[in-house]
Design a protein. Structure first.
Ligand code: CP3
Length: 342
């Protein structure tokens, strides 16, 4: 179907646009009272994500309410470990928790590369319903975690400041680590391809824990697998967002991806120089800027837009929205990007 608003895809292809497209990481979620109402109608996050009609509804909410130029499917990166045989729970106010983790060869024997259409049919169904509901208004973004970030949760068993168990495995048993990373990579490629077949117009790979590895380990245990994914996905554009991987920006420029996401610690001019203009850029306002006054939000937004001008740019935050950000301020950010033009 022909998209009515294809600004995001045009920027990625390097075509002329009248203004910069904008969407926000974690736009489908807790900042909206409309989201919380749907969320409260079920037992929790996981049930919501597994109910395709409701997942589609909250995916479309930010398009209707905030006026963003893309939707991102409501799900989580942790559906992959679950499909591989490692279920997770979402503990209120604390985040994800895995009753079983991977620490040995025998743990790996208990997991498998999943049949995506069997284990993750609920995500594929949600994508199909979302596409119908969007009716071509904006593109739909599919996503997955980068193998390293998924590995970090599967080994650590929960979020962590240091992910020291996950990082320890890279020194103690690198062979085991690579075995697990390979399984995750194969599963992720299959999963992204299934999302594309169901209707995703762009896919994003989130390497949320890129920034905790030293550069040599980042290359060996993360970038290598991201590169495999980029090479395998040829059907739609791929965005790589590696939070904290400032030390790997030059290598990002050499990846077979179309868009590089920048976090808010990455200086824009320096990033453009290191990554090069073959890529489109996505980002990178500090999410905390949206706690500011209207005037300070305007200044920060225009400062970011000025710094990206002359590049192919998709406006976004440098990481996901925080749950207590005022939706009015989020709307203001979106309006300011739209006013700015290109
Ligand atoms: O961006 C979107 O709006 C689409 C939906 C989306 C969610 N998670 C929904 C969600 C996306 C793209 C994700 C990705 C995700 N999940 C990442 C990568 C991006 C990032 O933030 O770095 C990571 C690391 C996770 C793992 C995860 N899921 C954590 C650590 C948590 C708990 C902390 C938190 O942010 O709430 C989640 C839960 C989660 N995923 C919620 C939502 C809306 C909150 C659940 C709820 O209470 O409703």
């Amino acid at each position: 179907m022909q998209l009515k608003n294809d600004l995001l895809l045009r920027v990625i292809r390097g075509e002329k646009v009248a203004r910069t497209p904008v969407w926000l990481m974690r736009q489908a979620g807790r900042i909206l009272p409309e989201y919380r109402a749907v969320r409260n109608s079920v037992s929790g996050f996981i049930e919501l994500a597994k109910t395709p009609e409701l997942a589609a509804e909250v995916t479309i909410q930010p398009v209707d309410i905030l006026g963003v130029d893309a939707a991102i499917i409501f799900s989580d990166i942790l559906v992959i470990p679950e499909a591989m045989g490692l279920p997770y729970e979402m503990v209120e106010k604390r985040g994800p928790w895995f009753p079983h983790t991977i620490s040995s060869e025998s743990d790996i024997k208990k997991i498998h590369v999943p049949d995506i259409k069997d284990r993750l049919s609920y995500v594929l169904e949600a994508i199909k319903i979302t596409k119908k509901g969007l009716n071509g208004r904006v593109p739909l973004i599919g996503f997955a975690g980068a193998p390293w970030t998924i590995f970090a949760y599967m080994v650590e068993g929960s979020g962590s400041k240091t992910f020291s168990k996950a990082r320890a495995m890279l020194y103690q048993d690198p062979v085991l680590a690579h075995t697990l990373l390979e399984m995750i990579t194969i599963s992720t490629v299959k999963y992204l391809k299934a999302q594309i077949e169901a209707g995703a117009n762009v896919v994003q790979v989130f390497d949320s824990w890129a920034g905790i590895l030293p550069p040599n380990h980042y290359r060996e245990f993360s970038l290598k697998y991201i590169e495999t994914i980029c090479h395998a996905i040829t059907e739609v554009p791929v965005t790589v967002f590696a939070k904290g991987a400032f030390f790997a920006r030059r290598e990002m420029g050499a990846l077979a991806c179309d868009v590089v996401g920048l976090d808010w610690n990455m200086e824009i001019a320096e990033s453009i120089e290191l990554i090069g203009q073959k890529k489109a850029f996505q980002g990178n306002l500090d999410p905390a800027a949206l706690y500011g006054t209207e005037e300070s939000i305007k200044q920060a937004t225009f400062r970011m837009m000025d710094a990206f001008s002359g590049t192919r740019h998709i406006a976004n935050l440098g990481h996901g929205l925080y749950p207590d950000i005022d939706p009015g301020k989020v709307k203001l950010f979106i309006e300011l990007v739209k006013q700015y033009g290109v």
